[in-house]
Design a protein around this ligand. Structure first.
Ligand SMILES: Nc1ncnc2c1ncn2[C@@H]1O[C@@H](CSCCNC[C@@H]2Cc3ccc([N+](=O)[O-])cc3CN2)[C@@H](O)[C@H]1O
Length: 278
């Protein structure tokens, strides 16, 4: 007779395995087009989502309470915007993703190639936030390329999400993770476990910068590829951070205007959380 706890564990594993299978069809180029081109990435609009995210990250990295040597991005996907401010603060940056197609996309750009998206407008915008002239974008690209030392496989559902020895024994000084945990977790319990798993990668007192979707139940990971998402609200995000040993430092929320709802997901808002590991 299967014990209840064994059945629950089996269900948990089945949900995670099903999610991993779903991700095999992920299309980085399509995903970038859906979410990282206008209107969601319109640098002429003050209410566009990407400028909001870049401003949150810039402020969080530069307001003086974050420092250290190593920044790790959890579930980087095929995007680089997450570390364009952080690469000025940390000597070393590690990017991570579950899929080889995304790691390849990142390595192409890092190797000087042009990937599926032109990141120049992003680099120019972050240069402006930093008070540099936007012509400094190519210098920033060089700094980013030299700061990123590794692009590693990761699985946030493992108690040890990275290969042993991937990080120094003291762990990362800061983690950043954008739109990953809620998009790979079948339910809130799985989301909380994943948050606890990635916390093991962060030193005590280190910061977590978490960006994620609110009210999202699915998104398109490629043409016709609906990927399920566990819907979160602000209260759940706060509860999950507290339950996994983080002190919330700051929470900001962006509510999508109607014309940002373009049919590639059913997200209603985006949260930005700055938290510290207790
Ligand atoms: N087990 C795993 N461990 C770690 N990473 C894993 C695992 N499985 C998959 N991954 C990895 O995680 C994935 C990260 S991309 C997830 C996309 N999240 C949803 C999408 C994003 C988005 C973007 C922008 C806006 N907006 O309003 O501007 C809204 C939204 C909401 N929809 C992907 O890289 C996969 O490769």
């Amino acid at each position: 007779m299967e014990k209840e706890s064994e059945k629950k564990t089996a269900d948990i594993d089945n949900g995670v395995v099903a999610m991993a299978v779903r991700y095999q069809g992920f299309d980085p180029a399509a995903y970038l087009q859906y979410n990282y081109t206008p209107p969601r990435a319109d640098f002429q609009r003050s209410d566009s989502i990407v400028p909001w995210k870049l401003s949150c990250l810039h402020k969080a990295f530069t307001e003086g309470d974050i420092d250290g040597d190593l920044l790790v991005d959890i579930g980087t996907g095929p995007t680089l915007y997450q570390v364009m401010s952080g690469c000025e603060v940390f000597r070393r940056v590690i990017l991570t993703d579950f899929l080889e197609v995304n790691r390849k996309e990142l390595k192409t750009w890092l190797g000087g190639g042009s990937g599926s998206l032109d990141w120049t407008p992003y680099l120019e915008y972050v240069c402006q936030l930093e008070g540099r002239s936007s012509s400094a974008a190519s210098d920033k690209a060089s700094r980013l390329r030299s700061a990123v030392t590794d692009v590693l496989p990761i699985d946030v559902h493992r108690q040890q999400p990275l290969a042993s020895g991937a990080l120094p024994p003291t762990g990362a000084d800061c983690l950043v993770s954008c739109f990953c945990l809620e998009s790979v977790s079948p339910d809130v319990a799985s989301f909380n476990r994943a948050l606890g798993n990635i916390s093991t990668l962060l030193r005590l007192g280190g910061h977590l910068l978490l960006i994620g979707a609110l009210g999202e139940s699915f998104y398109l990971g490629g043409p016709g590829l609906q990927i399920p998402v566990v819907p979160l609200d602000e209260a759940q995000v706060c509860n999950s951070l507290k339950a996994t040993g983080f002190a919330l430092v700051q929470l900001s929320v962006y509510t999508l205007p109607p014309d940002m709802r373009v049919g590639v997901d059913d997200v209603s808002g985006v949260f930005f959380a700055k938290a510290r590991k207790l």
